[in-house]
Design a protein around this ligand. Structure first.
Ligand SMILES: [Zn+2]
Length: 167
């Protein structure tokens, strides 16, 4: 350690100045939505703590330990970190759902999602909770019989494209 360590606010200012606003990046988790925040990876061996907005935040004063993440992935990442890598099933299912929808080009029918989730050991009640945690939109499908719905990641994908074009 040479220079005095940066504060929590200081490192976030430096990230914005040198790597740009998180919004100009895609989420580092595989959802590929537009990022919202610079998210601490939790991997700095010289990690620091500072009270910020009423909560003790773990952070690093080294930019190498940050990744851009969307709101949902940021929250899920921080929670699984706090739970020692073993978050409750709904949290794990939410992370799985984001990955799953991210790997599909567009909305997916719930029947297909439930079948894939079943193979991961996630039942329907867990998936309903996971959907809300992941910020996934649910829309009814017309002309396919009752109770058919499509789930999709929010339209941030298009916003990301716009951000990249205007950069
Ligand atoms: Zn994300």
């Amino acid at each position: 350690m040479t220079a005095p360590a940066l504060t929590y606010g200081g490192i976030h200012r430096r990230l914005r100045d040198q790597r740009g606003p998180a919004r100009q990046h895609r989420c580092a988790s595989s959802c590929s939505r537009q990022a919202h925040d610079w998210s601490y990876t939790g991997e700095d061996p010289n990690e620091l703590t500072q009270r910020f907005y009423g909560r003790d935040r773990r952070y690093s004063s080294d930019m190498a330990f940050y990744a851009p993440r969307c709101r949902s992935c940021h929250r899920l990442h921080d929670e699984s970190d706090r739970w020692g890598g073993q978050p409750p099933p709904s949290r794990r299912a939410a992370a799985w759902l984001i990955d799953y929808l991210g790997s599909h080009d567009g909305p997916v029918l719930t029947t297909q999602i439930y079948a894939a989730a079943e193979q991961q050991g996630y039942g329907r009640p867990v998936m309903a909770k996971a959907r809300r945690l992941a910020g996934v939109a649910s829309t009814p499908v017309t002309g396919h019989g009752p109770n058919r719905r499509l789930w999709s990641l929010p339209a941030d994908f298009r916003q990301t494209a716009r951000v990249e074009n205007s950069a």
